[in-house]
Design a protein around this ligand. Structure first.
Ligand code: PEP
Ligand code: MG
Length: 588
C-alpha cells in the first residue's frame, strides 16, 4: 500500500513547565485511548481501507456480544446491558458514515479516520453539562480502544509501539501519574491541559524531566511515533523537527550543559549578596530519592519537605513508625542543616487522603492542608509523633500548610503539645525546642501575619497558593493561566506585609513556592526582605549564583519602587531590569 508520511515541521506552543530539551518519538496517551499512526492513502486504496474499518467494527461487535453472553450467564441481565449500549454505538449510522467519509475525502488510513471522528465526538460529549452523559465518555473511550485494537496491523510493518525512550503526549497527567511513570524510558512530556504551578509540573521539575503543558486541543492531531522535540525552556512541542532545527537545539543543549557545569563548580560558595546580605538557600523535596540531589546542589537544608507524597505508596498515610523512618532518614542525610517537614497537605490537585463520598465542587477551597489534619486527629497525631521522634536524628522543624488564621494555628499547636506530653510520659526522647512555622499561602494568613508571628518560629510563603487565592485564579487551569501573576501588586504587598510582621517579632520569612526559583523575581524577593529561598535542587546552583550577583541596597530600592506600581507588568519590568543588569547570561 502506498504510504506517504505527513512529515513537515509543525510547532505547537504551550506553557514551559520544566526546563530541558527532549528529542525522540511521540507516544500518545490520549484520553482513554492512544492515537494510531496516520498516513495518506491513494485513491485506489479507499475501498480497501473501508473494508478494514468494517472488519474492525464487526470484530469488536462480536467480542462485545460474546462478553455480553458470558456475563448474562454469570449474573443475569442487568450488568450486561452496558455491552448492549456499546454495540449500539457501533451501529450508529451517523458515526459510521462520518468515518467512511473521512477515509474517502481526507484519504487517511482507516484507524486514524476512526480515531479523529471519535475524538471530536468525545470532545462534544465532554462539554455537555449533564454529568450522567459526561460520565458515559469513559464507556465510549473503551469501545474506541477495542476497535483500534481490532485493526489488522500486519499491513503496517513500520508501526511498533515505542519500547525505547519516548516523549509522552497526554491530555493531562495527575501528580500520581507523573510520580509513577517509568522514567527510564521517558524523555519528556507534553500535555493538552495543565499549568506551570500544578503539582504535575512541580514534580517534572524535581525529576528534571523536560515538560510543556497547556498545549490546547490542537494536539489531538499528533500521532504515535512522530519524531518530536520538546523545548521545556520556551514551551514548544515541535513535530518532525528539520535537520536545521535539531542542529540549533543540539548547540543550545551544549551551551546549557556548559553553564550547568560552571554553576555546579560554585555550589558551595556562600549565598550572600555583594554588599553582604546573607540568604539561606534550601531545597524543596517530595521524595527520599531526591536526597542525593539535595547534597549535590549545595543546599543549606530542606526548606520544604512535601510529606503528602508518602500517600503514593499506598492509599493512606503510613503509620507512625514508617513515617518516623522516612523523617529520620531525611534528618540524618541533611544534618547538620535543618529539614522543614510540612505536615500533610492532601487535597486540591494532590492525592486525597481518603476517598470522598462525593467529589468536592471546589477542591482548592475545600478539604485540604491543615483542615484535613485537624479533622483527622488520630492521623495528625501519628504524623506529629513521627516527626518528634525523628527529631533526635538530626535537625527538624515542623510547618503547617494552608493555615488561614490564628485559631487553626493554635489548634494545631495544641495537638503538638499533647503529642509532646505523651512522648514525655512514654520516656521517648525528642527535640522539645523543635521550631514550628506557618506556611503563608492563604491571603487571610498574610493579612493576619502580625497575629500569627508571636506564635511562630518562622514563616514560609507558599506563593503557588498565595497567588491563586489572592487573584482568584485556579493554579492548574490553563484557561486562566494568563491571569496567574506572581508580580500582581496585591501579591507583593502581601509578601511585604508578611516579612514586616515577621521582622517585628524577630522571626525569619522565606519563600518556598515556585516564585523562589524564578530568577527574574529574585531581585524583588530579596528586596522585599525575604531571608530564605527554598527551590528545587535542580535549579539551586543557579539561584545561588543569582544571589551572589545581586546588590541588596539596589534590590531594596527596586522593591520600594515595585510596591508603588499599579499593575503586574510594572512590577515585572522593575525586577527584570535589575536581573538583566546583574546576570544577563543566566536569564535565557
Ligand atoms: C505553595 O503553595 O507555594 C507551596 C509551596 O505548596 P504546594 O505547592 O505544595 O501547595
Ligand atoms: Mg501550597
Amino acid at each position: 500500500m502506498a504510504k506517504t508520511a505527513i512529515d513537515q515541521e509543525i510547532t505547537y506552543r504551550g506553557i514551559p513547565a520544566s526546563p530541558g530539551i527532549a528529542i525522540g518519538p511521540i507516544h500518545v496517551i490520549a484520553r482513554g485511548f492512544s492515537a494510531p499512526e496516520i498516513y495518506e492513502i491513494s485513491e485506489q486504496d479507499i475501498g480497501h481501507e473501508q473494508e478494514r474499518f468494517d472488519e474492525a467494527v464487526s470484530a469488536t461487535k462480536k467480542q462485545l456480544t460474546d462478553l455480553q453472553e458470558r456475563l448474562e450467564s454469570l449474573s443475569g441481565n442487568a450488568d450486561s446491558e452496558i455491552f448492549e449500549a456499546h454495540v449500539m454505538l457501533l451501529e450508529d449510522k451517523t458515526l459510521l458514515e462520518r468515518v467512511e467519509k473521512a477515509i474517502a475525502t481526507r484519504q487517511q488510513n482507516a484507524e486514524y479516520a476512526f480515531y479523529a471522528v471519535m475524538q471530536n465526538f468525545l470532545e462534544a460529549m465532554r462539554r455537555i453539562p449533564d454529568p450522567y452523559l459526561r460520565e458515559r465518555t469513559a464507556d465510549i473511550e473503551d469501545v474506541c480502544q477495542r476497535v483500534l485494537r481490532n485493526f489488522q496491523v500486519d499491513e503496517d510493518p513500520d508501526y511498533q509501539p515505542p519500547e525505547g525512550k519516548h516523549i509522552l503526549l497526554a491530555y493531562d497527567l495527575s501528580p500520581s501519574d507523573t510520580a509513577s511513570m517509568n522514567r527510564r524510558h521517558l524523555l519528556g512530556f507534553a500535555t493538552e491541559q495543565g499549568s506551570v504551578n500544578s503539582h504535575t509540573a512541580i514534580l517534572a521539575r524535581s525529576f528534571g524531566i523536560p515538560a510543556v503543558v497547556g498545549l490546547g486541543a490542537s494536539v489531538i492531531q499528533v500521532t504515535a511515533l512522530t519524531p518530536a522535540l520538546i523545548d521545556g525552556y520556551s514551551g514548544k512541542l515541535i513535530l518532525n523537527p528539520t535537520e536545521e532545527t535539531l542542529g540549533k537545539y543540539v548547540a543550545y543543549m551544549a551551551k546549557k550543559e556548559k553553564q550547568r557545569t560552571e554553576l555546579d563548580a560554585k555550589r558551595d560558595e556562600a549565598t550572600e549578596t555583594i554588599d553582604g546580605r546573607k540568604l539561606t538557600l534550601s531545597a524543596n523535596i517530595e521524595f527520599l530519592e531526591e536526597l542525593h540531589q539535595v547534597k549535590r546542589s549545595g543546599a543549606k537544608g530542606v526548606g520544604l519537605y512535601r510529606t503528602e507524597f508518602l500517600l503514593l505508596n499506598g492509599s493512606e498515610m503510613p503509620d507512625e513508625s514508617e513515617q518516623e523512618q522516612a523523617y529520620a532518614r531525611v534528618a540524618k542525610e541533611v544534618a547538620p542543616e535543618m529539614v522543614i517537614v510540612r505536615t500533610l497537605d492532601a487535597g486540591g490537585d494532590k492525592l486525597p487522603v481518603e476517598p470522598l463520598t462525593e467529589p468536592e465542587p471546589n477542591p482548592f477551597l475545600g478539604w485540604r492542608g491543615i483542615r484535613v489534619s485537624l479533622s483527622r486527629p488520630a492521623m495528625f497525631r501519628d504524623q506529629l509523633r513521627a516527626i518528634l521522634r525523628a527529631s533526635q536524628s538530626g535537625k527538624l522543624a515542623i510547618m503547617f500548610p494552608l493555615v488561614s488564621g490564628l485559631t487553626e494555628l493554635l489548634q494545631a499547636k495544641e495537638v503538638l503539645k499533647r503529642c509532646m506530653d505523651e512522648l514525655d510520659s512514654e520516656g521517648v526522647p525528642f527535640d522539645p525546642d523543635i521550631p514550628v512555622g506557618v506556611m503563608i499561602e492563604v491571603p487571610s494568613a498574610a493579612i493576619c501575619a502580625d497575629l500569627l508571628a508571636p506564635h511562630s518560629d518562622f514563616f514560609s510563603i507558599g506563593t503557588n497558593d498565595l497567588i491563586q487565592y489572592t487573584v482568584a485564579v485556579d493554579r492548574v487551569n490553563p484557561h486562566v493561566a494568563n491571569l496567574y501573576k506572581p508580580t500582581h501588586p496585591a501579591v507583593i504587598r502581601l509578601i511585604k506585609q508578611t516579612v514586616v510582621a515577621g521582622d517585628n517579632c524577630g522571626i525569619w520569612t522565606g519563600v518556598c513556592g515556585e516564585m523562589a526559583g524564578d530568577i527574574r523575581l529574585t531581585p524583588l524577593l530579596v528586596g522585599l526582605g525575604v531571608e530564605e529561598l527554598s527551590v528545587s535542587p535542580k535549579i539551586l546552583p543557579k539561584v545561588g549564583q543569582v544571589i551572589r550577583s545581586l546588590d541588596f541596597s539596589q534590590c531594596k530600592d527596586a522593591a520600594e519602587e515595585a510596591l508603588r506600581q499599579t499593575n503586574s507588568r510594572g512590577v515585572m519590568d522593575i525586577t527584570l531590569s535589575v536581573a538583566r543588569q546583574r546576570y544577563p547570561d543566566l536569564l535565557d
